[in-house]
Design a protein around this ligand. Structure first.
Ligand SMILES: C[S@@+](CC[C@H](N)C(=O)[O-])C[C@H]1O[C@@H](n2cnc3c(N)ncnc32)[C@H](O)[C@@H]1O
Length: 343
């Protein structure tokens, strides 16, 4: 099987940068196409030439050793595992420099920007697709920029305890998933993904969102923090209704303040169920709809708000109909944190 990746290696010795200013622009871009150029003598010479750079502790992480391996990620079209070509290691620099290819349909995926794009539409040149306003809003550069600079703090007035306390609460629910793989679906600018990565509780942390600009913000918050930059964290663009993982491969799924933003909560939770392993835990937070009256529901959904708010009973019902069990919740004003488990 010819799945050799081709990617060029920048002459690292031209860039003597400090760890704290480590920047992906110094790294070579992975080519999205796979080819047999990988084995060219020229590339091997370049690999050899940059060997002295291994002395640099940062660059040693992204040492140009090329491995071929089946990785955590799956093709969003086939759900077949992706094969990865690139430097070893599950961290931002290594993933950034890797090329990925579906074992089955052969579609390739790469990090054209700082995140790995695993949406179905990755690679389109003409076609664009628009999501509902509640999803599109967060794709804007301005909202993404403001999100952790005031926007999120506003949630406190609705009863949200704030990131630190929400993180502690979520960690309690995730006890059965310790040392496992956690996916922060709809991570936004990554305020929880960073905490999950820093906690050292998980073997792998995937910060996943549909918004390109949120993922860029996420990287901006991470790039100057070496302890996160080089931790077991990946930045992935994907749709929560089409998660790029094999069935039963994930130990924990977190979705902070996101259910009300999703195009289809039922497709999303069915998909979360699919990727969770047996016993795996899903924890989400959202704003509750105060009143379950039909007129209120109608108004809220069609006129006054583009968000989708639910009652606690609706969320419990949704989790149950999507096959999850052991629903629990904690409510404070409009804030709800709920958890459910894969049977
Ligand atoms: C209010 S923010 C929450 C961010 C963060 N988790 C928090 O707790 O503050 C909602 C996020 O949901 C994301 N989102 C909306 N639709 C999505 C979809 N279809 N798939 C994945 N993420 C989506 C948005 O891009 C946005 O970043």
């Amino acid at each position: 099987m010819a799945v050799a990746a081709s990617y060029s290696l920048l002459p690292f010795h031209h860039h003597h940068h400090q760890a704290s200013t480590f920047n992906f622009h110094y790294l070579s871009r992975p080519h999205s196409r796979f080819s047999t150029r990988f084995s060219s003598p020229n590339l091997r010479r370049q690999i050899h030439a940059s060997a002295t750079d291994f002395l640099d502790p940062i660059l040693s992480i992204v040492q140009p050793l090329i491995t071929t391996e089946v990785v955590l990620f799956s093709c969003p079209i086939c759900y077949e595992p992706l094969i990865r070509k690139g430097p070893p290691g599950f961290n931002l620099p290594a993933i950034y420099r890797s090329g990925f290819q579906c074992n089955k349909c052969k579609k390739t995926y790469s990090s054209k920007n700082i995140y790995l794009d695993l949406t179905v539409t990755a690679g389109t040149t003409e076609y664009t697709e628009f999501q509902p306003t509640r999803t599109e809003l967060f794709r804007s550069p301005l909202v993404s920029f403001l999100y952790e600079r005031g926007w999120r703090q506003n949630f406190n007035s609705s009863g949200f305890p704030g990131p630190d306390e929400e993180f502690e609460m979520a960690q309690e629910y995730f006890k059965p998933s310790e040392d496992g793989i956690i996916v922060d679906v709809s991570c936004g600018s990554g305020l929880f993904s960073r905490k999950f990565a820093k906690s050292g509780t998980y073997s792998k942390v995937v910060a996943l969102d549909f918004s390109e600009n949120m993922l860029r913000q996420c990287y901006d918050f991470i790039k100057n923090d070496e302890s996160i930059l080089l931790s077991n964290l990946a930045l992935v663009r994907a749709d929560v209704s089409r998660l790029p993982f094999s069935s039963s491969s994930i130990d924990a799924v977190h979705a902070g303040a996101a259910l009300h933003c999703w195009p289809s909560p039922s497709n999303a939770i069915a998909e979360i169920n699919r990727v969770l392993r047996s016993g795996g835990v899903f924890v989400g937070t959202t704003f509750l709809r105060a009143n379950s009256g039909i007129l209120r529901a109608f108004l809220q959904r069609s006129v006054t708000s583009s968000y989708n708010y639910f009652t606690e009973e609706e969320i419990a019902d949704l989790c149950r109909t999507c096959g999850l069990i052991n629903f629990t919740s904690q409510v404070r004003q409009s804030f709800i944190m709920f958890s459910a488990q894969k049977p």
